[in-house]
Design a protein around this ligand. Sequence first.
Ligand code: NAG
Ligand code: NAG
Ligand code: NAG
Ligand code: NAG
Ligand code: NAG
Ligand code: NAG
Length: 790
Amino acid sequence: MRILTFLSFVLLLMHQSFSLSRAQCRSCEQTSCNCSGQNLTTVPEAPSTLITELDLSFNRLQTIVKNDFVAFSRLQSLIVNNNRIQKIHDEAFVPLTNLEKLDLSFNRLATLSAGWFENLFSLHHLNLLGNKYKMLGQGNVFQPLKSLRTLHFGGPDLQSVRKSDFSGLSVLEEVVFDGKNLRYYAEGSLRQIGPLKFVTLGLNGPFWGNQKLVEAILSDVVHQNTTLTFTDTWFSTEDQILPLKMAHRGGATSIIFKDVILTVSATMAFLHIMSDSNLTKLALVDTKLLLSSLRSIEYPQHFNCLEDIVLKNVGVPQFYNFPVFFLGPLVGMVRRVSLLNCKLFLWPCEYSADYSNLEYIDVSDNLLSDLAFSEMMCDGNGGLWTLQTINVSRNHLQSINSQLFTKLNKLKNIDMSGNAFHSLPATCYWPPSLQFLNLSSTHLPKVTTCLPVTLRILDLSDNDLTVFNVKLPFLTELYISGNKIVTLPDGVLYPRLTFLSIQNNDLQTFSSKTLNHYSNLKSLEAGANKYICSCDFLAFMTSPRVTFGDDSKSYVCDSPDAVRGSRVAEARLSVFECHTALAFSLLCSGFLVVFLLVAGLCHKFSVVWYLKMTWYWLRAKRKPKLKKGELEYDAFVSYSEMDSGWVDAHLVPELEQTEPPLRLCLHKRDFVPGGWILDNIMEAIEKSHKTLFVLSPHFVSSEWCKYELDYTHFRVFDQNDDTVVLILLEPIDKETIPKKFCKLRRLMNSRTYLEWPDDDDQIPRFWHSLKTAIKRPDNGNCVRFDNVDF
Ligand SMILES: *[C@@H]1O[C@H](CO)[C@@H](O)[C@H](O)[C@H]1NC(C)=O
Ligand SMILES: *[C@@H]1O[C@H](CO)[C@@H](O)[C@H](O)[C@H]1NC(C)=O
Ligand SMILES: *[C@@H]1O[C@H](CO)[C@@H](O)[C@H](O)[C@H]1NC(C)=O
Ligand SMILES: *[C@@H]1O[C@H](CO)[C@@H](O)[C@H](O)[C@H]1NC(C)=O
Ligand SMILES: *[C@@H]1O[C@H](CO)[C@@H](O)[C@H](O)[C@H]1NC(C)=O
Ligand SMILES: *[C@@H]1O[C@H](CO)[C@@H](O)[C@H](O)[C@H]1NC(C)=O
């Protein structure tokens, strides 16, 4: 038993240390985790089973164990390049049946195991570059990868490639093959896959030392539909280029040198080998050209097929007038030339005059000034007659000289974007064939009639325009994003416009009315503006007449405050904001009703009276209390009008006509005429020794009596004296007294009262008791007033 407990304890510990050792990835979103560069040493825990993308690149993983990806079964993309992985468990990738992309490049894998790929039926992209394996497993490793489209393999340690290595790869389209130290290649290995669209070869070592091997590979991969790229190689001598005769022989049409070093003599040897070939496109990208000796520049004459030359990021360290001088004659043979980011600052007119085939020139990202460009175009008076497209974007031009183009009557497209023009001339002279003009990012503050009316497509994005109002009747596409435009241009000026891009301006609104002026508009991109989300605008946006081409997330309200920052598609305004007049009048009537209600209630419950009474009471509290001698009356009599008969007939005669006479204060007689009744009541109570309440069912129903009672009651509690005398004229059932007379109830409970007797014999005793209750040592005056009216 003990052993069992111990064992389970140990198991528990092991389990815990296992789960504890799982690292956490700090940057996961709903379905993707990018844990790149987080110093991870193990595969992190899956935050959910929904993760489809996991990037573990640039960490410190060394081994991948069996259960690492059990929780990642939905994974489509797994990126683990640039770790230190030496070992991957054979079954580690078994759960990943949905995986489409697997990047294991730049690790330390010394062997490839067939087990890894057994379940990866969906894999499209596999990258195994830069590891330590000497060969591609034991053969047939990629056999299960029936969907594989791109395969990157090889590295400094790869020594041999055998035929069985590529069996089963039936739909492969692209291969990147690093064989810089390859020693053995079985002929036919890559051929069995069939023609590939893209083949990239890094065969520096074989090019230097084993040309047969290069030839074998080339004869397998060259095909008229294959783009062939040579990379990571130093071509120094003419001999080194010789294996490329296989490219000629195989009918290669497209060859790219990328990340290579080429000497001029090697380049010339290449051109001679390829002369009369089917080569149509030649590109040098990220390449350094070394001028060994200029003597060797001697161009072959036959490039019947060559159409397109692309030089991008090509540097010639020792030469100032590159690359036109170097390429000059070659450019004369082709139809399209691109010299991108090559530090080009001069293109002599004499070359242009010779170039009678050129249809397309792209000299983007160079150093051409106004003067140099004018020279290149021979001041508009010679050469380049066949030109259809010219791209001088991102050079050092400062002014638009349309006369350089006027005579080029085939010119359709001009791209001058990214130059700092700062202004448009008032009038210009464009060729009538011009259809496309790109003036984006050229610091233009306004447009003029310089813009050619023949234009179909105009790009004026990222300038400083505040209005756009030039009539262009043939325009079909207009790009004016990234300006400061406040209103949509008038659609009447652009009857054929089908596409308008006006994102990221100061646009505040548009409506179906303004859009109706665009009779042909199909697609509108107008996100990232400062929309005033009026009700009309929001209503329009829920069922727009045009298609919005851009992401609806970029349509955000700038005002009103209630919806600022929320997306137009989700913004909701309240009824109040949408029907302001109606809502306002409703609100006003609401207020009126409430006001009337409150006024009515105040009236009903005499709130004003209570307030005033409280005020009096507070004042009375602060006033020094009248001394006995200053009191004017012996008693203030509070009674209901209905009981005035009894008061006049019995009470007044009995009390005022005895000896000594008592002074009563009666509202009918003694109140100051014209004064406010409440003032009178309170004053009377203040000035009286006692307050006499004549209670009867009538009293209970009289409001004024109630107030008198209230005020007295305040005093009773406040001063704690004994000023109240209750006379019960007719019996009242205490239970029938309405609730609001709670004070009366309490008074009746708390003190004894005098009952008006039914029996006449008892009456003298009643008067005696009453007089005793009222009597005080000395008498004040009670001024008489007659005809006091309530
Ligand atoms: C992950 O983030 C790095 C930068 O931290 C970025 O370079 C990489 O492209 C990202 N990976 C994915 C799959 O987006
Ligand atoms: C990874 O470790 C290195 C060296 O220990 C440190 O400089 C770096 O900041 C760490 N990076 C992260 C993301 O923790
Ligand atoms: C090469 O490509 C062209 C056009 O893309 C296609 O018509 C032709 O069949 C392809 N040739 C081969 C042999 O695949
Ligand atoms: C070159 O192209 C032509 C015409 O397309 C074709 O007949 C010829 O076979 C190709 N040459 C090679 C070596 O493939
Ligand atoms: C001109 O070159 C720039 C930069 O390479 C590119 O973005 C643009 O599309 C090109 N324009 C044309 C008309 O090809
Ligand atoms: C205009 O040029 C810019 C920058 O070169 C480019 O990004 C844009 O796509 C071009 N516009 C069109 C309509 O091709």
